[in-house]
Design a protein around this ligand. Structure first.
Ligand code: GAR
Length: 202
């Protein structure tokens, strides 16, 4: 049966677009049931609507606290019978209600080689640290910020002329390739989690 994805965003939505495109191309056997943004003006909401996908803005200010907000997201996702939740530039911490409702069923893409440079502005952190290699990571979401088991990573070299923006552009191109592939792997189901490791079966 075709699995149902939710994509949670806060902004531009270029990773959302890569998932939309992978589904449209038949590279990902899934359907995007709903896109949820915590920001009203997120460009990704327009991308979703243009692709004929339900696009919802849930405003955190309309809820009494983080738990209530996360529960509202859970309710929306349950109503749409979502199987897998994909965070794509969703700039909020995921709380207990969501983690408990979708154990091992929430993914995130992050613009660094985790565990280096978690949190905000990962590309700037990499440039300021002076590393020679950074990259992109897709991982399972746990209560630890950017800390869950890693599904896929790819390296991106830092060039002498790089600033945070130029590095971010090259990393983003890799994210767009990596994220649909990681979703495909997770949906395929031939993996297990062993400690911190995602171990795949042939
Ligand atoms: C992406 O680079 C993603 O990795 C990053 O935000 C950007 C969203 O772009 N996410 C994080 O930093 C999460 N910690 P997009 O809206 O165009 O997909």
């Amino acid at each position: 049966m075709t699995r149902r994805l939710a994509v949670l965003i806060s902004g531009r939505g270029s990773n959302l677009q890569s998932i939309i495109d992978a589904v449209a191309a038949g590279a990902l056997d899934a359907t995007i049931a709903v896109v949820v943004s915590n920001k009203k003006d997120a460009a990704g909401l327009t991308r979703a609507a243009e692709a004929g996908i339900e696009a919802l803005h849930l405003n955190p200010k309309d809820y009494s606290g983080r738990g209530a907000y996360d529960q509202a997201i859970v309710d929306v996702l349950h109503q749409r019978r979502v199987d897998l939740v994909c965070l794509a530039g969703f700039m909020r911490l995921v709380g207990k209600p969501l983690l408990e409702a979708f154990p091992r069923r929430i993914l995130n893409v992050h613009p660094s080689l985790l565990p280096s440079f978690p949190g905000l502005d990962a590309q700037r952190q990499a440039v300021e640290h002076g590393v020679r290699v950074s990259g992109a990571t897709v991982h399972f979401v746990t209560a630890e910020l950017d800390g869950g088991p890693i599904i896929l990573q790819t390296a991106v070299p830092l060039l002498d002329r790089d600033d945070a923006d130029s590095l971010a552009t090259r990393i983003l191109a890799e994210e767009h390739r990596l994220y649909p592939e990681a979703i495909r792997i997770v949906l395929d189901g031939r993996w297990r989690i062993d400690g911190r490791r995602v171990v795949r079966r042939d």
